[in-house]
Ligand binder design. Sequence first.
Ligand SMILES: [Zn+2]
Ligand SMILES: [Zn+2]
Length: 465
Amino acid sequence: MATVHSYGATQEVTGSCHLLQIGDVKILIDCGMFQGEEEEMNEKPFGFDAKEIDYLLVTHAHLDHVGRIPRLVKEGFGGKIYATAATMELAEIILLDSAKIMSEDFQTKYRKALRKGRETKLSKPLYEPLDVDKTFKMIEWINPEYDVYYELCEGVSFIYRNAGHILGSAFIELSYMEDEDSHTIVFSGDIGNNNQLVLPDLQKCSKTEALYVETTYGDREHQPISLTIEEFKDVIVKTLDSHGNVLIPSFAVERTQELLCLLREMYKSGELPKCKVFLDSPMATRATAVYRNYAQELTKQCQENVKEDGTVFNFNSLVYTETPEASKGINDIKSKAIIIAGSGMCNGGRITHHFKHRIWDKKNAVVFVGFQAEGTLGREIVEGAQWINVFGEDIIVKASIHTINGFSAHADQDGIIKWISNMKELKKVFLVHGEKETQKIFKKVLKEKLQLDAHIVAYGEKIIL
Ligand SMILES: [Zn+2]
Ligand SMILES: [Zn+2]
């Protein structure tokens, strides 16, 4: 009997974790962290015994897909991990960063609790940098290539296909034998938008019987990327032409590389006014190096860049500021700087320093290019806060604030439907990785457009395939 038990990303977008059991073989698909409102779920037991998992197949390196792997290892997982080589490298960067943030948060809370005599009540971080190290050193990682058939164990095989979501991302086509019959199931992971700057399009999947599909944007269409690019260029040019500076809070993986690609294109075509572009994020700099190392997996245009300049992203105006001193040095520049810094939602990181130095000046612009979750400083600013509090100081917001939609790493409703429409023999569709209301809308559209019934998976639900 084959079953799938879901332990995350059910009627929500974080915590991806699905346990596929075929006979006695236990295969985990992703082991992600719950984020935002669901954060406390990370503390709860997995719902299965980590020691009994034979294999972990990772779709991509986002924290909501890999964030609980060190905990899995801590709890005794001793199987093999499969992830593309790029995913493995990005996952190490992302996990180390998350372990560092959790350790620092814990230290701050600990000092406060100590003063109240409540330090014993404090729960330890989920894992520490040392646990991340162990995850990569003690566990065997295998790096499947795209479109290559692998035998996982007797009667179970899989192929990784390019999901076009972030570098290294994959959806997994898995085949297994049951009572002498062969069956197929696809786990989408997160699937990308087509016509992107950095990544090639999502690959087609020609047939499967069962599908676990993400539905993050299953209820909406993105605006065309060409429009997004025009809006972005417009703010940049106008702000620089009037001697202002542009601050861009950005996620280290994918969005930053897209921005670098776009700015490089503007530079090459002469559209970019004379300026300095600072990538002020050590994590984004490390992630960019991984993208550079896997240039063969990027778009044709990116590969052309390499032929032309020997590198994917660099151009003369671009400066990588690694050290805190170099970062502080940016403060001396009075005008015509573009500063890309983390964190993407402004709840920490170097961007908050740049806000302190520049958000009170009306000649500057803040450009949001990614989702800002409830409760973050980014959301406050996007919603029109007139004052913000950074480092205990109230600062007036006079810079112009721009939200540019359309830079999405996820397929929209039409994108998901088109992808599913290619799958022959599809009988069972399971919706995961989406808000409940979004999933209800997507379920209806799927029925109308492709005459397919879908099931919205609940937390802890066991599906018999
Ligand atoms: Zn993702
Ligand atoms: Zn995700």
